[in-house]
Design a protein around this ligand. Structure first.
Ligand code: ADP
Length: 205
């Protein structure tokens, strides 16, 4: 167990609020938010790998599993080396990975999954509206195009939602993602805070 990263997985369809909740949790000492979408968007777009990533993300397709897992591992290693993320201190809040069953399998020996927060929203139109708002605010091209958005929902249903079946059902917590971020956060914290009590090392001793 000790060599696996203690992790909480944020799970749910595009636009459901994983990033918002992940950022909020990541602002609490002892949690570290890591979003693969942000990791990919932070890559140099002119590099060979950066171009390869954009060739998938701009179409709403998943970046290939092997490349995703490799880049993710390198990224985590870098964060540990520069001291931003300390596995003994922080619980990882993973947002956007694993996004396929193959990724989940590849990460089994890296992650000690403490809980899965499955954010749900029955109203696709609500999520599409949120994504379009985000496109305006953040200039994300993949959020601005209806066809790309539709493709991301298809990919979620076909490739990402089966990931839930990979994990012990007892780990999965369905949380209603509809409503204001503070209300959703309250429900997320009801699950996450007790886990944190068990594993938190007070940095002040
Ligand atoms: P959203 O939160 O709207 O689902 P993200 O910002 O998490 O979007 O991801 C944006 C894009 O980055 C995805 O559409 C996909 O192309 C790529 N991506 C992110 N995470 C992964 C992953 N784990 N595996 C493959 N591709 C990924």
């Amino acid at each position: 167990m000790a060599d696996r990263y203690r992790s909480i997985l944020l799970f749910g369809p595009p636009g459901v609020g994983k990033g918002t909740q992940g950022k909020l949790l990541g602002s609490i000492p002892g949690f570290f938010h890591l979003a693969t979408g942000e990791m990919f968007r932070g890559m140099d777009k002119d590099s060979t790998l950066g171009k390869e990533v954009v060739s998938y993300s701009s179409r709403g397709e998943l970046v290939p599993d092997e490349l995703t897992v490799r880049l993710w591992q390198q990224h985590v290693k870098g964060l540990i080396e520069n001291g931003t993320y300390a596995p003994a201190r922080d619980v990882l809040v993973l947002d956007g990975i694993p996004r396929s069953v193959t990724q989940a399998q590849a990460l089994d020996d890296k992650l000690d999954v403490l809980a899965i927060i499955h954010l749900t929203c029955p109203d696709i139109d609500e999520m599409v509206q949120r994504m379009k708002g985000r496109a305006l605010k953040e200039g994300r091209k993949d959020d601005a195009d209806e066809n790309v958005i539709r493709r991301r929902f298809e990919v979620y249903d076909a490739e990402t939602s089966p990931v839930l079946g990979h994990y012990d059902a007892a780990l999965i917590n369905d949380i209603d993602g509809v409503g204001k971020p503070a209300r959703v956060l309250r429900d997320v914290l009801a699950i996450v805070a007790p886990l944190h009590d068990d594993s938190f090392e007070n940095p002040l001793g």
